[in-house]
Design a protein around this ligand. Sequence first.
Ligand SMILES: [Zn+2]
Length: 406
Amino acid sequence: MSREYIVKSKKIVTISEDKTIVNGAMVISEGKIIDIGKSDDIISKYKELEVEDFGYLVITPSFIDCHTHLLEYAPSTVYPVTRETYKIAQKSLVLQALMSGVTTFGEQICGSPMTLESVKDFKEIAKDLPVNIIFSCNSITIGFKDLVNFTSVTGNNSVDKDKLIEDETIMDLVENSDYPGENIFINATPANLTEDIVPRAGEVIYTQEELDKIVSIFHDKGKRVGCHVAGKDAIEMAIKAKFDVIHHGHGITDDEIKEISNSNIAIVATPLGGTHLKPNSPEDILKLIENNILVAIATDAYLPPYEGVSWLSFNDKKPKGSPELMEISKKAIEALIDKGYDENEALSLITLNAAKILGVEDKIGSLEIGKDADFIISNGVPVVEFSDSLNIKRVYIKGKCLISRM
Ligand SMILES: [Zn+2]
């Protein structure tokens, strides 16, 4: 029998229609939230249950980083590991993210020559980790002098461009992909390398007809599809092809924002970097939201911070990832608060909106009856009042405490 208990505190930021509950409490049973409200009401209704009183601390949903590369690429970006030690590095990265309140990941599998794992192997690895990992299966083109293509479904060797658009490849992506991540790289990526090594980063890889066809195959099978895209012309192609999720969207124009305003196209902003262009500024992100576009902020972990932009204040060039999700989204969330959005709306960029991108908004992303008890307990409202992870005192997944600093 799993434990049934109540958590209460001075403030619960629910990210639901209940907004912020002052002096709130939440009833947790079998890993789910079965009731939430004012603590006086909850405690008198469930007299027999044990109450954990967190006093002046703040309860919020835990964070969702809906665009990461933690298992496939990041281990060797962050650590000098070999195939022998790769799995330790994967676990270490997940633990560090967890310590910073991130409990769900939208993980990209692109087909890397550095690991021997297949999509199925990665899904097995994920089963042993105490976090939620939802996979996107992708094809990728790296902008070397001679373009190099990989896909997550054709093994670890590079393939010809023709292979990227073959029906069989696309069908395999459709089948193995569980959410619309960066399934299709419309532009060649710099892949964290410098311009002299990847002079063709940014080059458009597909024709409009090819993109139209790929999207229709996903949609015919009832699946949403996402793309890695940056720059006016390439973004225009993505909109025309009816991709469901635009990842990055660096360099999007005002006309394009108007075009997708009120549409079903969502944007995963990556203020840290990730394409050949300058990443999403807080002003850009605000503009997307003001135009009623569903926006989430993700880290694209791990990336070295894009240099010379005002919204990133890292003191070193070391690659950053999910542990820095709060820091990376800070300036955009502050911009929202300054514009009069409340803390629930502002924090939805790294909680509920990210859950919607992942297609799991009925399970996680806000603190509501029936959802998983994935939450954090912090000394203040995360991002709005602090971005140093040490202020996160506890991290829970499905009602279980996985991290405790108290
Ligand atoms: Zn990425």
